[in-house]
Design a protein around this ligand. Structure first.
Ligand code: UDP
Length: 371
């Protein structure tokens, strides 16, 4: 049996003052024919990263409108998650090898997880490359509908990875992608949906706090709240470019020597590469006492992340590839400007020159943050 994630209880009606009556009635109308439908979301981790963040709210809200929803998490060790991290990178276009040993590991774990996947469902939604083999190894029951939800940018994949994954992901009846161009070369579905992810405005990360409170939280990590602060909240990952953020901060520092930089990033359970990249980031920061690198061991939970996003003078999201970038929405929701890489889902969110800036280089990032 796979691990079942305990779902909080959430109520769609609580969101009415934010989204308005029309959105609520649209959701209720769409849910009407699905009353009692047995739905399961399957992904790789209950904690860390955007998918877990989305499911923590989406699954309870689907339940609230009458669907019978569960959330299961596949099993894996570092051996598997190292391979899936390469798959994530390769599918986003990184030029890295995909050896037959790596393919075997991916197949073995997907087969094992498929054997452990239990329950009777009408709809099974598998998220991201980690779970993509579930349908092929489990097989489709007569009444079952299977969908694959892709959260990453597969618009320019490395062909070695794409060719391997294509048969697995096209076996699904439905594909859900964040943007049309992510659907990837030569893939088609009976049902294709383009859905941008959303943040939960009522979660402890996004509920609006007083400035006093955010100041107290940020100050608690040793930052001087009287001086300017630049923040990036992200996993430690090459696509998030934390090294580039440090370089951009150094450009700002030439003009504003008292500026501080916070790099906030918890380690996701399915991202062993994160530790390696954290070390690299720490080395790049060197002896600069005004760079604060905060991760799990500093107890940066949801409220703390929210406080940094709200209190900072500038939020940066200098990604090189970005499926969507929930962190951008989170900061914008708090009314803060975001300087973001002009890639993937970020331009869907930032109104260039108005709510922030879209940038293509370290220099531009530094200049806009300074501005
Ligand atoms: N996040 C967090 N703590 C951290 C780093 C990230 O809670 O230290 C959250 C962040 O607030 C966001 C999600 O993880 O909700 C990351 O989603 P995003 O789409 O930005 O990137 P992904 O990690 O999925 O590539």
């Amino acid at each position: 049996m796979l691990q079942r994630v305990e779902l909080e209880s959430k109520c769609l009606n609580d969101y009415r003052p934010i989204v308005g009556d029309e959105v609520i009635s649209d959701i209720e109308r769409l849910a009407e024919p699905l009353q009692g439908a047995r739905v399961v979301h399957v992904n790789a981790t209950a904690f860390g990263g955007g998918v877990a963040e989305i499911l923590q709210t989406l699954a309870p809200l689907m339940r609230d409108v009458g669907l019978n929803v569960e959330w299961q998490v596949i099993e894996g060790t570092d051996e598997f998650f190292n391979v899936t991290k390469s798959c994530h990178n390769g599918l986003q276009g990184m030029d890295i090898p995909f050896t037959s040993e790596m393919k075997d590991i991916w197949r073995q774990y997907n087969e094992r997880n498929a054997a452990k996947f239990e329950g009777q469902y009408d709809f099974i939604i598998a998220h991201d490359p980690q779970t993509a083999g579930l349908l092929s190894y489990h097989g489709r029951g007569a009444e079952e509908h299977w969908a694959w939800r892709c959260h990453i940018d597969t618009s320019h994949p490395n062909p070695a990875y794409w060719d391997f994954f294509a048969p697995y992901i096209t076996a699904y009846e439905a594909g859900i992608f964040t943007m049309e161009q992510y659907v990837g070369p030569s893939v088609s579905y009976d049902h294709l949906a383009i859905i941008t992810p959303t943040i939960d405005p009522l979660s402890s990360k996004n509920e609006l706090m007083t400035t006093e409170k955010t100041k107290e939280i940020v100050g608690g990590f040793g930052l001087d709240v009287q001086r300017p602060i630049i923040t990036q909240v992200s996993r430690f990952d090459p696509w998030k470019d934390p090294l580039g953020v440090i370089d951009a901060y150094r450009i700002v520092k030439k003009q504003i020597p008292e500026v501080q930089l916070a790099l906030v990033g918890s380690m996701a359970a399915d991202d062993p590469e994160g530790w390696h990249y954290l070390d690299k980031t720490i080395r790049h920061a060197g002896e600069d006492d005004n760079i604060f690198i905060l991760h799990n061991f500093h107890n940066v939970g949801a409220r703390e992340v929210g406080a940094f996003q709200a209190f900072s003078d500038v939020v940066i999201q200098k990604s090189i590839r970005e499926g969507f970038g929930l962190v951008v929405t989170e900061a914008l929701w708090k009314g803060n400007p975001v300087v973001g890489g002009d890639v993937g889902g970020i331009p869907l969110q930032i109104i260039d020159g108005k709510t922030g800036f879209l940038v293509n280089s370290v220099e531009e990032c530094g200049k806009k943050a300074l501005y």
